[in-house]
Design a protein around this ligand. Structure first.
Ligand code: SAM
Ligand code: SF4
Ligand code: SF4
Length: 360
């Protein structure tokens, strides 16, 4: 006999909808749950000024203790349940995800999961690249499909100013090549653009990655968390970036491939490949946001700019069965009303989570 599961909404228990294979739970605005981003650590070997400035994340900063982190088994269990609710893509992030020991073991466990219609979920990773060269082959063997590598400049001095990580650009480029060699393709490259800091690197980056097997994506600098002292005048908009690049290399827009695609895509008119733009500030895409985030300590966040999460770890560690976890997870999604980027300016928040805790 099938069991009816309830989730709580405004103090009232409501039944969780039964989903056919391929269906997804939908939030209050009809957005399906499709992506799960899993942050596996709040630690990082870089101190990017826009994410973990050293003044805030210094030697005395207290990171989560190991016992607070979800184990690989716990993460895999949450992911397995999320797949039954509609998730099709899983992205590992952090902090720096490659600092979590034996990440390839987690990748192997996630790679064995299947959606209700028997498909393997797409499995990707976002990394700063510093530890990627030595791990790429093992990650690919374990079942990782693709990687996104962050790189904010071609020039070493500018890169150090942005990343404060002491790793030369050449090492990150070599790591990208190692990923390609391992079959983690296509490699995407994320460049956060901050006016006055690295906007002079837009063209050098575009020139470098044209005609390559990597896809460069420009990300508008966002007001995630509170530690970066974000100011609107430091945002270089996607439109500005397109104008700048097209003056040297004409660009043509490419149609979106699927609902929830984060980047708007442009290709070079001369056939030298494509670029992406993630315009979360100037052209928010909340209407298509299908992403649920799991923090290193097992809290669910329904928005990058959320000020509170929904704890799963307590439920997991006190013996909740899969049906209860599924009810909790779908309850969180069904009642979701986030659209922070569309309300920016009107929606002041005091306790936004930090990017290094929840990942991009
Ligand atoms: N450490 C990994 C990395 O840097 O790729 C993964 C986590 S990092 C938080 C994920 C992505 O978020 C990176 O591409 C990073 O550049 C981007 N990011 C961090 N802070 C940001 C901000 N304030 N605005 C826009 N993007 C940001
Ligand atoms: Fe670390 Fe990534 Fe944040 Fe840079 S953006 S400090 S690499 S977590
Ligand atoms: Fe999604 Fe929140 Fe970003 Fe909007 S602001 S796109 S709801 S994560």
């Amino acid at each position: 006999m099938s069991r009816v599961i309830f989730h709580e909404e405004n103090g009232v228990d409501r039944p969780v909808p039964t989903l056919a294979p391929g269906q997804a739970v939908q939030d209050a605005y009809g957005r399906p749950l499709r992506d799960l981003r899993i942050s596996v650590t709040d630690r990082c070997n870089f101190r990017c000024r826009y994410c973990m400035p050293r003044e805030v994340y210094g030697a005395d900063h207290v990171f989560l203790p190991r016992s607070a982190l979800l184990t690989f088994e716990e993460i895999t269990r949450v992911a397995r349940i999320a797949l039954t609710l509609g998730v099709r893509k899983i992205r590992l992030t952090g902090g720096e995800p490659l600092m979590r020991k034996q990440l390839d073991v987690l990748v192997g466990m996630l790679a064995e999961l299947r959606t209700p219609d028997g498909a393997a979920p797409e499995l990707t990773l976002t990394t700063n690249g510093a530890l990627l060269a030595r791990q790429a082959a093992a990650l690919a063997r374990a079942g990782l499909n693709r990687v996104t590598v962050s790189l904010d400049a071609m020039d070493d001095a500018v890169f150090q100013r942005m990343s404060d990580g002491g790793v030369p650009v050449a090492d990150i480029l070599a790591a990208m090549d190692a990923a390609v060699q391992a079959g983690l393709q296509p490699v995407k490259v994320n460049m956060v653009v901050r006016r006055g800091m690295n906007d002079d690197q837009i063209l050098p980056m575009a020139r470098h990655f044209r005609h390559s097997d990597k896809v460069l994506r420009f990300i508008e600098y966002m007001d995630v968390g509170h530690s970066n002292g974000w100011r609107m005048d430091e945002v270089v908009t996607g439109a500005e970036i397109i104008r700048l690049i097209s003056a040297e290399f004409p660009l043509v827009p490419v149609q979106a491939q699927y609902r929830g695609e984060v980047a708007s895509r442009w290709c070079y008119a001369d056939g030298a490949g494509e670029i992406g733009l993630i315009t979360s500030v100037s052209q928010p895409f909340c209407g298509d946001c299908t992403r649920l985030r799991l923090s290193p300590e097992g809290k669910l966040f329904t928005c990058l700019f959320a000020d509170h999460g929904h704890d799963l770890r307590e439920l997991i560690r006190t013996g909740a069965d899969d049906a209860v976890l599924a009810a909790h997870l779908s309850g969180v999604w069904l009642t979701r009303k986030d659209r922070y980027s569309e309300q920016r300016g009107q929606a002041h928040r005091d306790n936004k989570i930090e990017m290094s805790y929840i990942g991009g």
